[in-house]
Design a binder for this molecule. Structure first.
Ligand SMILES: NC(=O)c1ccc[n+]([C@@H]2O[C@H](COP(=O)([O-])OP(=O)(O)OC[C@H]3O[C@@H](n4cnc5c(N)ncnc54)[C@H](OP(=O)(O)O)[C@@H]3O)[C@@H](O)[C@H]2O)c1
Length: 394
C-alpha cells in the first residue's frame, strides 16, 4: 500500500501525502514509546514501593530505590532505620559500578532524594557523583528542607516526577509530622451495621472477621504507637503487639487519669515501649510500681473530670519523634479525639451484624443539623469477606 501511494514522490501532492504520513507515523510511534516508558516507570516504581514498605524507619520517611540498566535491575535498597544509609545510596553501592558504567542506567526512587545534611550527607550529591543521568521519582518530599528535584535538574539530570498516589500515602504520617510537629492519628474501629463497637455487656470479641483482623494487625507495623483508653484495657486486656514475626512492636500508649491499670495487664509486658498518660490525680504508689516495670508515666493537665489533656499529650509525643499513632478504641477515647478534631484518618471495619443495643462507636454531644455532620474525604471502600472497610480522611 505504501508503494502504491508514495512510490513516486516526484509530484508535489504525493510528497505532501508522504510527509503527512511520516509525521503521523512519528506521532504514533512517539505515543507508543511514551506509553511504553510510562508503563516501565510505573512498573519499576511499584517494585521500589515494595521495598519501601519493608520497614518503618520512623521518624524518617519510608523509601525504596532500584537501579535499572538495559532492562535489568542491578541495584536495590530501602531505608531501614533512622541514621542508616538511605535507599538510593544502598542501591548505588549494590551495583558496584563506576560512573561511566552507570551513565545509561535509571534510578527509580519512591521519594524525592534529600539535598540537605541530616544524619547522613545529601543523596543528591551521591546520585550526581554516581554518573546516573535519568532519575524517576515517585513523589515530592513535603519536608521544606528538601530540594532534591531542583538540585538534580541543575546538575543536568533528566528527572521525571510521577506524583504517584501510593508513594504519597506510605509517607502520609511523615509529611503530617514534618509540617505540624504532631503525630498523624488514625482511628481504627470495628463496628456493626448499627454502629456498635461492643455488646451491652462490653463483649467485642469479635465484631470483624479474621480477614479484617489480619489487616488491622498488619497495620500495626506501620505505626510508632498503638493507643487505647483505660476501659479497653480493663475489659479486653489486649496485647497490642505486632503479629509479623521479627518486627519490632510499636509503643503502647494508654490514657489512664488515676493509674488504675492492673499491673498484670498484658499490655504492660516488656516487649515494647509502654507509655501511660495520666493526670495529677494519679496513685503515687502505683506510679512507682509501674516505673519499676519500665513503664513511662507522663503526667499531664486534666480536662473535664478525669480526662488527660489529649492536645498536650500529642504535642509532647510529636516532640519525642513519635510521628504516627493508631488509636484502637474504645468509644470514650474515640469520641474525645473526634470532638477535639485530633483524628487525621479513620478506618472502620463494618461487620454485617446488628446488635440492637450496645456501646456506640461515638457517644458525644453530637450535632443538631446534617450540615454540621463530620464528612470524611477521599473515601475508599473495600470488601473483606462479609465485612466492609471504609477508610477516609478528616
Ligand atoms: N470494636 C472495637 O473496635 C473496639 C475497640 C476497643 C474497645 N472496644 C470496646 O469498647 C469498650 C471500652 O471502651 P470505653 O468507651 O468504655 O472506654 P475507653 O475509651 O477504652 O476508655 C476510656 C477511659 O480512658 C480514660 N481516659 C483518660 N483520659 C481520657 C481522655 N482524654 N479521653 C477519653 N478517655 C480518657 C478514662 O478513664 P479514667 O477516668 O479512669 O482515666 C476513660 O473512662 C469495651 O467494651 C471494649 O470491648 C471495642
Amino acid at each position: 500500500m505504501g508503494s502504491e501511494h508514495y512510490g513516486t514522490i516526484g509530484g508535489s501532492r504525493n510528497a505532501e501525502h508522504f510527509e503527512r504520513f511520516v509525521r503521523r507515523a512519528n506521532r504514533s510511534m512517539g505515543r507508543v514509546m511514551r506509553e511504553h516508558m510510562e508503563n516501565q516507570d510505573q512498573k519499576f516504581i511499584a517494585q521500589a514501593l515494595k521495598l519501601a514498605k519493608k520497614t518503618n524507619p520512623s521518624p524518617n520517611p519510608r523509601v525504596g530505590a532500584i537501579i535499572v540498566k538495559d532492562g535489568k535491575i542491578i541495584g536495590k535498597g530501602y531505608h531501614k532505620a533512622a541514621g542508616e544509609r538511605h535507599a538510593e545510596i544502598i542501591a548505588i553501592q549494590e551495583t558496584g559500578l563506576k560512573a561511566q558504567d552507570l551513565s545509561n542506567a535509571t534510578l527509580y526512587v519512591t521519594l524525592e532524594p534529600c539535598s540537605h545534611y541530616g544524619k547522613t550527607p545529601p543523596c543528591t550529591d551521591a546520585i550526581i557523583d554516581s554518573g546516573i543521568k535519568k532519575i524517576v521519582i515517585g513523589c515530592e518530599d513535603q519536608n521544606p528542607k528538601v530540594e532534591g528535584i531542583e538540585k538534580l535538574k541543575q546538575a543536568g539530570r533528566d528527572v521525571t516526577l510521577l506524583k504517584d498516589q501510593e508513594c504519597y500515602e506510605i509517607n502520609e504520617a511523615f509529611f503530617h509530622w514534618i509540617k505540624t510537629g504532631k503525630p498523624f492519628v488514625m482511628l481504627k474501629l470495628a463496628m456493626t451495621l448499627d454502629g456498635r463497637i461492643a455488646t451491652k455487656t462490653g463483649d467485642s470479641k469479635y465484631i470483624s472477621n479474621s480477614q479484617s483482623r489480619a489487616l488491622s494487625y498488619a497495620w500495626r507495623d506501620n505505626f510508632d504507637a498503638i493507643m487505647v483508653g483505660l476501659k479497653t484495657i480493663l475489659i479486653d486486656n489486649p496485647r497490642l503487639t505486632s503479629r509479623t514475626p521479627g518486627v519490632q512492636n510499636p509503643a503502647r500508649l494508654i490514657v489512664d487519669s488515676r493509674l488504675r491499670i492492673p499491673l498484670t495487664s498484658q499490655v504492660l509486658e516488656s516487649n515494647a515501649r509502654r507509655i501511660i498518660a495520666t493526670t495529677d490525680r494519679y496513685d503515687k504508689e502505683k506510679k512507682k510500681q509501674l516505673e519499676t516495670l519500665g513503664v513511662e508515666i507522663l503526667v499531664l493537665k486534666e480536662e473535664k473530670t478525669y480526662y488527660v489533656d489529649l492536645k498536650q499529650l500529642f504535642e509532647g509525643l510529636g516532640k519525642q519523634n513519635i510521628i504516627s499513632i493508631m488509636v484502637e478504641g474504645g468509644a470514650e477515647l474515640a469520641t474525645a479525639l473526634l470532638e477535639k478534631k485530633i483524628i487525621n484518618k479513620a478506618a472502620f471495619f463494618i461487620a454485617a451484624k446488628i446488635l440492637g443495643s450496645g456501646k456506640n462507636a461515638f457517644d458525644g454531644s453530637g450535632v443538631e443539623k446534617m450540615d454540621d455532620a463530620l464528612q470524611l474525604k477521599n473515601v475508599s471502600i473495600r470488601k473483606l469477606g462479609e465485612d466492609v472497610l471504609v477508610v477516609g480522611y478528616f
